[in-house]
Ligand binder design. Structure first.
Ligand code: URA
Length: 434
């Protein structure tokens, strides 16, 4: 078999066989197939697409390029959730304890934030002492004992994706549905859960700016998940503005705790109930979405989900007292209000730029090696559709210095557009694909 022939075949719109796809991934991971040939193949896939059979074969070849996490020592149904990445997305901190409090098992490997989007591991490290590297044995023991563990990736899963993604990033071939689906689903399948729910973000702060593309991606992800034998659902959600009101690591933990305490409702709780009911119904724990929502809401009302978060933090050596007393979480030394110079209805917010403001304050990473400041970020007082008066505060910036706060305040004002006419609030849940 020759890689050149496979490139020509795909370039001309033909289907690649399972053997050909396996040959290409094996050869690329081993370094036998060079980057220039794989670049040409990625472009051919980008232009010609792949059918479900090819996408599944590509996904499985990628899964088999590395280790596969074995969760068989954990009793019960294991659930996992994936978000395509957003701003202010602290969903896992709320959803995972809620779902675990309903009796499902959460054995989750999460990532760190990069660029304008945050990562669950950084948020969890806002709890002093929280250990993201407890080792495989403790990971399994904790899930069997308390139903939940959230750690950093241990096994060397899907090395093919690390190499391919870096190549796609510099060859204009990231936005190809079969390539995105195989990249995301290979990592989810290698992580070993039985039920996978996907939160596909759509809007100015998301990877998918357009709803039609987000739908196509969500459908592709669920189809491949199911073909691979998993229970799988996807939700398409708005990312034209940050999720909830807080952006920044410790701030997002505070907001998540406030939802778990039943003090904060709105889009964030709605998203957790929607994703959670997909998990509970797919797992067969609840017969329908209404029952699932009621079960999930009960975990907030009776405090079970909040206690589950505290158990998680304690089981991973973190300061669990901070779950009940959030003054123990990191707090930035400077807090500055962002005063609106205009009056009107907030009509647009450049969500990606809001994420970048938090990153420049020190809350996110420009490169994988960057150190982050867990205390910084921003708290939005206004969201799209809200009336704003001149002189009113749009947000509070939490910063390390006055200079950084001033800079961030000016940037945030530039992210906001106002309209003299009332503006409709964007629909938050755009579609549920089960
Ligand atoms: N996220 C991934 O993990 N892979 C992609 O290809 C795109 C987004």
């Amino acid at each position: 078999m020759q890689m050149t022939d496979l490139i020509i075949k795909k370039r001309d719109g033909a289907e690649l066989s399972a053997e050909e796809i396996q040959f290409m991934i094996d050869g690329y991971v081993k370094g036998v197939i060079p980057d220039y040939q794989m670049s040409a193949m990625c472009m051919a896939i980008y232009l010609r697409g792949m059918n479900d059979r090819e996408t599944l074969d590509l996904t499985m070849a990628m899964v088999n390029s590395g280790e596969i996490v074995d969760l068989s020592a954990i009793a019960g149904v294991k659930a996992d959730k994936h978000s395509t990445g957003g701003v202010g997305d602290k969903t896992s901190l709320i959803l995972c304890p809620m779902v675990a409090a309903c009796g499902l098992r959460i054995a989750k490997m999460s990532g760190r934030g990069l660029g304008h989007t945050g990562g669950t591991l950084d948020k969890l490290e806002s709890f002093s002492g929280y250990n993201i590297a407890i080792g495989e044995q403790r990971f399994i023991e904790n899930v069997n004992r308390i139903g939940i563990a959230l750690i950093g990736q241990t096994a060397d899963i899907v090395p093919a994706d690390k190499k391919l993604y870096a190549l796609r990033d510099v060859t204009g071939t990231v936005p190809s549905i079969p390539l995105i689906v195989s990249s995301i689903m290979s990592k989810k399948l290698a992580s070993g859960a039985d039920v996978i729910v996907l939160d596909v973000k759509c809007g100015s702060g998301a990877f998918m700016k357009d709803e039609a593309q987000a739908r196509e991606l969500a459908r592709g992800l669920t189809r491949i998940g199911r073909l691979a034998g998993k229970k799988c659902a996807a939700v398409i959600t708005d990312m034209d503005q940050p999720l909830g009101r807080m952006v920044g690591n410790a701030l997002e933990v505070k907001e998540a705790i406030s939802v778990l305490k039943g003090e904060t409702r709105g889009d964030l709780l709605e998203l957790c109930l929607t994703l959670g009911s997909c998990i509970l119904t797919e797992a067969g724990t609840a017969p329908d979405a209404d029952t699932a929502r009621a079960m999930l809401l009960r975990t907030i009302e009776d405090g079970a989900a909040l206690r589950k978060l505290a158990e998680l933090v304690a089981a991973q050596d973190g300061d669990a007292e901070a779950v009940y007393d959030t003054s123990r979480l990191p707090l930035a030394p400077v807090q500055t209000e962002v005063i609106s110079e205009e009056a009107g209805f907030l009509s647009h917010m450049d969500c990606e730029k809001v994420g970048l403001i938090s990153m420049h304050l020190g809350g996110g990473r420009a490169t994988k090696e960057s150190e982050i400041d867990l205390s910084v970020g921003l708290v939005l007082h206004k969201k799209i559709g809200d009336r704003v008066e001149q002189g009113e505060s749009l947000a509070t910036i939490h910063a390390a210095t006055k200079e950084k706060a001033k800079e961030a305040a000016a940037l945030l004002r530039d992210c906001c557009t106002f309209s003299a006419e009332p503006v409709e609030r964007p629909a938050f849940i755009k579609a549920i694909i089960t």
